[in-house]
Design a protein around this ligand. Structure first.
Ligand code: ASP
Length: 329
């Protein structure tokens, strides 16, 4: 049974491209423009799906795929490198109608990990497939596989060399003003939440994880209830930030539970979740959407790349907080 189905409700799509220590005076205009263009494209592609009557799940996949294909974001092409110099990708998706979910972790040859997560959800009895098994499954599903070098970008490689030199495991979002990495590089995980014309919610998230990560480290992104969660009875959530703390707080599920059981507003719930994360040394952001199309985008970093589009098809994108934080694009 589909819960919360609401024929002819408003459509809406929210996306993020990572939260972090983005400083206004250090974000070069051409980089900002490049980010905004991809965010706007992602929103328009997802909106095309929704406005044609497509499902929130398909809109989330389509929107995330655009960001995975862009070298600007830490997901798909443009993913950060592990200590061993590999790009190990994680992604997940959840369908709020029946709480179906799928995820892949530590994959190295799947061109669009969000498509693999989707295939796990709809074509397997499982939720989370990892490494070579996930890749064998993707091959059997006829998904596009690529040589691992496809994911190589020079700036991510240079970022790894700096992290190794400093003996640090670097989160894209890490806030370390004493030893800043390139300020333009501190963000990039991508996510989307959507509500379709039937009132069904979906959420998805995709990442390369942490620069210089080791030992098969997996963060919150492919963990259902942490980096991604969707339930028509509450909200759809996609997270970005210090993955370990988002797992420890079950960030996605915790946010949804506050809305459903404690009747918190989405902003209250997201802010509570981020406060819990901060209390254990983490930071990041959340995008949250309900079946009525109401939403919240919260972060406790200086910026979060993000955007929103609704029935009118106008894409609003931005990175910083404050009055004129989102602009039509
Ligand atoms: N949450 C992701 C992870 O910990 C990283 C990110 O959001 O940038 O793998």
């Amino acid at each position: 049974m589909k819960i919360g189905t609401n024929k002819n409700s408003s459509i809406r799509l929210l996306i993020h491209g990572g939260a972090g220590a983005v400083q206004r005076d250090r974000l070069k205009p051409e980089r900002e423009k490049a980010f905004m263009e991809v965010l706007a494209q992602s929103l328009h592609v997802g909106h095309t799906v929704l406005s044609a009557g497509g499902s929130s799940v398909d809109a989330v996949v389509a929107a995330i795929e655009i960001m995975e294909d862009s070298p600007e974001f830490n997901a798909g092409r443009g993913a950060v490198f592990s200590h061993e110099g590999c790009n190990e990708l994680d992604a997940s998706i959840m369908d709020g109608a029946e709480r179906m979910a799928g995820a892949v972790a530590a994959v190295t040859t799947i061109c669009n990990p969000i498509r693999a997560a989707h295939a796990v959800m709809i074509n397997s009895p499982h939720i989370l497939l990892i490494g070579q098994g996930a890749e064998a499954f993707a091959k059997a599903q006829n998904l596009k596989l690529v040589d691992p070098t496809y994911f190589y970008t020079q700036r991510r490689w240079d970022q790894l060399q700096k992290a190794i030199a400093r003996e640090r495991i670097v989160l894209d979002h890490e806030f370390d003003s004493d030893a800043p990495l390139d300020n333009d590089e501190k963000y990039g995980t991508v996510g989307a939440v959507a509500v379709d014309c039937s009132g069904n919610l979906a959420a998805g998230t995709s990442t390369g994880g942490l620069t210089n990560k080791r030992y098969g480290r997996v963060g919150d992104t492919p963990i259902i209830g942490a980096g991604t969660y969707a339930d028509n009875q509450s909200v759809a959530v996609s997270a970005t930030g210090t993955g370990e703390m988002f797992i420890r707080t079950a960030a996605g599920f915790y946010t949804a539970t506050q809305v459903r059981l404690q009747k918190k507003t989405m902003t209250e719930a997201a802010e509570n979740t981020l406060a819990e994360i901060k209390a254990i040394g983490g930071e990041g952001g959340l995008i949250v959407l309900n079946a009525a199309g109401e939403y919240s985008m919260c972060f406790n970093t200086s910026g979060m790349f993000r955007g929103v589009i609704g029935d009118d098809g106008v894409a609003y994108v931005g990175v910083f907080s404050g009055g004129e934080s989102l602009a039509a694009y």
